[in-house]
Design a protein around this ligand. Structure first.
Ligand code: DGJ
Length: 732
C-alpha cells in the first residue's frame, strides 16, 4: 500500500515538474533523451547523449531545436528538422516516421503534443508515454519510451489509432526517429549470408540516405542482422568514442534508414519495413509497432555491448538469468541417416562426454513420405515407423534411463509438397495464384496469417509435449525465405502479409510460452537467419551459423557478441575444419557450448580433453553466460582474437585467446586484462589443455594483482596457427 502511494506521488511529481516547460526527460543512469513541445505544438527531440549533471543545460539545447521557424536561404521555414515523430504531407522536407492517406483522400498528417505521463514501473524501469494528435483529422499517435536505468537502455515503440469513418491507409509507421548532430557519422552494419553471418562492415555515412533492411519475409536476417552501431564524430573503438547501438525487436521485414541532410544532421528511423506493406487500419484498431531498443555509450562499443547484454539477460531473452543445457546434436554426424540403435548409442555418448542433453535433429518424421532427405515429409510430425518403430516416446524414456535430457528439432512453419499435410491442405501454403509454386530447399512456407494454420503449428509442439514425459528442448528451424508469397486467407489485403505472418507466429509462440513456460528453445533459420529480440522473447538461445569451422566461427561469434549475450549464442564442435579438437572446443566455449561430432571417433586423449573441457565449462558457465564481456583484440585488427568475461563481483574471470593465421613466428606482446578489480589478487591458471600438453602461458599457476594484470598484462596468445589458450582467473 505504502509502495503504491509512493509510486503515485512520484508519478504526479514527475508530470508536474515536466509540465512546467513541457520538457520531457527520459533518463537512465548515464543517458538522457530530452523532448520538448515547441510553441507551435510540434514535439521535438532536443537532446540525446550523456546525461548532464545540471538539468538547466537541457533548456539551452531545447531553445535551439524547438524554434518554430528557421531561416533557410534567407526565407523562414517551419522548423521540422528535429521533429520527434515526423509526419508527411505538410511542411516536413525529410524522411517521415508516419505517412497515411485519410478517408477523403487527403495524404497529409500533422501531429501536435497533447500530454505526457511518466510512471515508475519498478525500481529500475520508467515508462514515459507521450500523446500526439492531428489538429484536423481524428488521428492519435502515442509514443512509448521505457528507460532501463542500470542497463542504460531505452525501448521505444509507437501506437497509431484513428476514429475516421472508414479505414485509413498507412504507408509508413516507424517505431522511432532519432536525431543527431555531429561532424561525422560512422555506421557499423552486420552483413552476411548463409554460413557467413554477422560480418562487421564500418563506413562513414555520406549525404543522402543509407538503408539497411530486409525484404525476405521469414528467415529475415539471412543477409543482414537487424542491428547497427552509429558512432558520432569519429570511429568508436572498444573502449572510447560516442555511439548508439540499436536493434529492432521484430522478426519480419525490418528497416533502418539513415538520412544525412543538408545541415549535416542525421535522422535514424527504425521499424518494420513498410516495403510492399501498406496497412489498411480500421477505425478504433490500434496499430502497435515493434520496439526499437538502443543504448548510448560514451565509452566505446564494449560498453554498448555490455549494456545490451545486461538488458537482454533481464528483459530481452527468455529466461535470460537461468542456466542453459550443454548438448550433443546428431545433425553433422548422421544427417538423415539414423535409426533407434544409432540414436540410443549417441545417448550413451552424451553421457560419456558429460553434456546435459541429446538433441535429435531433422529426419525423424513422415510415414507416407518419410523424411529421408530434404525433399519430403516436412509437415508430417509423426515419427517414421521404419526408422523409429517405437516412436519418440521410447527415445524420451531411453534418454531418461541413460541420465540425459532429450531435445528435438522441428520446422513447423514449413511444408514439403511431398507430404500428407500438403495433400490435405494445399490452401495452407503461401503461393501465388496463376503462377507455378516456387520451392527453396524443396519446401513452401505455411500461411501463418491463417488461424487454422496457427492452431496446427501450436499442435505440432503440443502433441510432442503430450507424448510421454515430453521433450526438454526444441530446436525450431526455418529454412527458407518468402518468395512468390500470397496468402489465400488474407484475400484482398495482400499488403498485410509480411506483418500478419509475423504476428501470427508470435501468437503461436505466446500460446506455447503460456502452456510450457519453462521449455527452453533454440531459434534457428538455416544457420543464423533469425537473430532478433522479437523472437528471443520466446527462445532461450539461437543457432549462430551452420558454418562451424572454428576459424570462421571466431568472426561470426565476434559479430554476434556485439549485440547478443554469450548464453544466447549456440556454438557446436563439429567435423567442419581440420583444426584440433582443442581449438574447436575452445572456440565453441566462448558462447553456449554444444557438440555435433561422432564421439566414438575421438582418440582417447581427445575424449579425455573434451570431458575435461565440458567439466570446466560447467564450472565457468555462470561467468561466461552472465559476466561482463571485454573484447581486447579483434580478429578484424589482428590475426588473433582475445576476450574475457568477468563476473559481477570481479572474483572470477575467463580469458579466451585464439590465434588464427598470423605471419611466420608472430611476436605477441602482453595483453592487458580488463574488468578486474585492481585491488584484488588473482591466480591465473591455464585450463583446457590436451592431456600431457605443455602450458602456453608461462605464468600459469602464479598470482597477480588486478592492477598488474590490467596495466602490464600477460602474454596470453600462442604463436601457433589456429591454436587457443583458455585462462581461469580466480580471486585469492
Ligand atoms: C538448418 C540448420 O541450420 C541445421 O543446423 C540443421 O538443423 C538443418 N537445418 C536440418 O535440416
Amino acid at each position: 500500500m505504502k509502495k503504491k502511494l509512493f509510486l503515485l506521488v512520484f508519478t504526479m511529481l514527475l508530470c508536474k515538474a515536466n509540465a512546467q516547460g513541457e520538457q520531457i526527460q527520459i533518463e537512465t543512469q548515464n543517458t538522457a533523451l530530452i523532448l520538448k513541445a515547441g510553441k507551435n505544438g510540434v514535439l521535438y527531440q532536443s537532446y540525446l547523449g550523456t546525461k548532464l549533471r545540471d538539468n538547466s543545460g537541457y533548456n539551452v539545447v531545447s531553445k535551439e531545436s524547438t524554434k518554430s521557424f528557421v531561416v533557410n536561404d534567407g526565407n523562414p521555414l517551419v522548423n521540422l528538422r528535429h521533429q520527434a515523430y515526423p509526419t508527411f504531407g505538410t511542411e516536413n522536407l525529410f524522411e517521415p516516421a508516419i505517412r497515411m492517406t485519410h478517408n477523403d483522400g487527403n495524404p497529409s498528417l500533422e501531429l501536435n503534443y497533447v500530454n505526457h505521463s511518466t510512471q515508475k514501473l519498478d525500481a529500475n524501469t520508467t515508462e514515459t508515454i507521450i500523446k500526439l494528435k492531428d489538429p484536423v483529422y481524428p488521428v492519435e499517435v502515442t509514443l512509448h519510451y521505457k528507460a532501463f536505468y542500470n542497463e542504460n537502455t531505452i525501448e521505444q515503440w509507437t501506437e497509431i489509432v484513428h476514429h475516421e469513418k472508414k479505414p485509413v491507409m498507412l504507408y509508413n509507421y516507424a517505431s522511432s526517429m532519432l536525431h543527431f548532430d555531429a561532424d561525422h557519422y560512422w555506421l557499423t552494419q552486420f552483413h552476411g549470408d548463409w554460413a557467413k553471418e554477422a560480418r562487421m562492415q564500418e563506413s562513414e555515412l555520406t549525404s543522402g540516405t543509407k538503408i539497411i533492411d530486409s525484404k525476405l519475409g521469414v528467415r529475415t536476417d539471412m543477409y543482414q542482422t537487424p542491428v547497427f552501431f552509429l558512432s558520432l564524430n569519429a570511429k568508436a573503438n572498444e573502449n572510447s568514442g560516442e555511439l548508439v547501438a540499436g536493434t529492432i525487436a521484430w522478426s519480419g521485414n525490418f528497416k533502418f534508414t539513415f538520412e544525412l541532410d543538408n545541415k549535416n544532421s542525421l535522422r535514424i528511423s527504425s521499424g518494420i519495413n513498410p516495403f510492399a506493406s501498406e496497412y489498411n487500419l480500421e477505425p478504433g484498431r490500434v496499430f502497435t509497432t515493434p520496439s526499437f531498443i538502443y543504448t548510448f555509450s560514451n565509452k566505446g562499443k564494449g560498453q554498448a555491448s555490455r549494456n545490451l547484454h545486461s538488458w537482454a539477460k533481464k528483459y530481452g531473452v527468455k529466461d535470460g538469468e537461468k542456466s542453459r543445457l550443454t548438448l550433443l546434436n546428431n545433425w553433422e554426424t548422421t544427417f538423415f541417416n539414423f535409426d533407434e540403435k544409432k540414436l540410443t548409442d549417441m545417448f550413451a555418448d552424451s553421457k560419456t562426454l558429460g553434456v546435459d542433453m541429446f538433441l535429435l535433429d531433422d529426419g525423424w518424421f513422415g510415414n507416407k513420405y518419410p523424411r529421408s532427405g530434404d525433399k519430403s515429409g516436412l509437415g508430417d510430425w509423426q515419427a517414421t515407423k521404419t526408422k523409429l518403430p517405437n516412436g519418440i516416446g521410447f527415445l524420451m524414456q531411453e534418454a531418461e534411463k541413460t541420465g540425459i535430457k532429450f531435445g528435438i528439432w522441428i520446422e513447423p512453419e514449413m511444408v514439403n509438397p511431398k507430404s500428407e499435410l500438403y495433400e490435405k491442405h494445399p490452401d495452407w501454403v503461401l503461393k501465388l495464384p496463376n503462377r507455378p509454386e516456387s520451392y527453396y530447399r524443396t519446401q513452401l512456407v505455411l500461411d501463418l496469417c491463417n488461424p487454422q494454420v496457427q492452431d496446427f503449428v501450436f499442435k505440432t509442439v503440443d502433441d510432442i509435449m503430450q507424448t510421454k514425459q515430453g521433450v526438454a528442448f526444441f530446436k525450431w528451424d526455418c529454412n527458407r525465405m518468402m518468395t512468390n508469397a500470397y496468402s489465400a486467407y488474407l484475400k484482398n489485403q495482400q499488403s498485410h502479409l509480411f506483418i500478419e505472418y509475423t504476428r501470427g507466429l508470435y501468437k503461436v509462440l505466446d500460446r506455447i510460452k503460456m502452456k510450457y513456460p519453462n521449455l527452453p528453445m533454440m531459434l534457428c533459420a538455416g544457420g543464423g537467419g533469425r537473430t532478433d529480440y522479437g523472437l528471443l522473447q520466446y527462445f532461450t538461445e539461437f543457432w549462430a551459423s551452420d558454418n562451424t569451422d572454428p576459424f570462421n566461427r571466431v568472426f561470426i561469434q565476434w559479430g554476434y557478441s556485439q549485440f547478443f549475450p554469450a548464453f544466447s549464442i549456440c556454438n557446436h564442435v563439429t567435423s567442419w575444419g581440420n583444426q584440433s579438437i582443442k581449438f574447436k572446443t575452445d572456440v565453441a566455449m566462448m558462447g553456449k557450448l554444444g557438440f555435433d561430432i561422432n564421439v566414438k571417433e575421438l582418440k582417447e586423449k581427445e575424449l579425455k580433453y573434451c570431458q575435461e573441457a565440458v567439466a570446466n565449462y560447467k564450472r565457468l558457465s555462470p561467468v561466461i553466460w552472465h559476466g561482463d564481456l571485454y573484447r581486447m583484440i579483434s580478429p578484424y585488427d589482428e590475426s588473433r582474437a582475445v576476450l574475457m568475461y568477468v563476473n559481477e563481483s570481479k572474483s572470477k574471470a575467463v580469458l579466451f585467446s585464439y590465434t588464427l593465421h598470423p605471419l611466420y613466428d608472430p611476436q605477441y606482446n602482453a595483453v592487458r586484462f580488463q574488468g578486474l578489480d585492481p585491488n584484488k589478487t588473482y591466480k591465473v591458471e591455464e585450463i583446457n589443455l590436451m592431456p600431457e600438453a605443455k602450458k602456453s602461458v608461462e605464468e600459469s599457476g602464479e598470482s597477480f594483482t588486478g592492477d598488474y594484470l590490467m596495466n602490464v598484462g600477460l602474454r596470453v596468445s600462442s604463436s601457433k596457427v589456429e591454436s587457443s589458450v583458455v585462462l581461469e582467473i580466480t580471486e585469492l
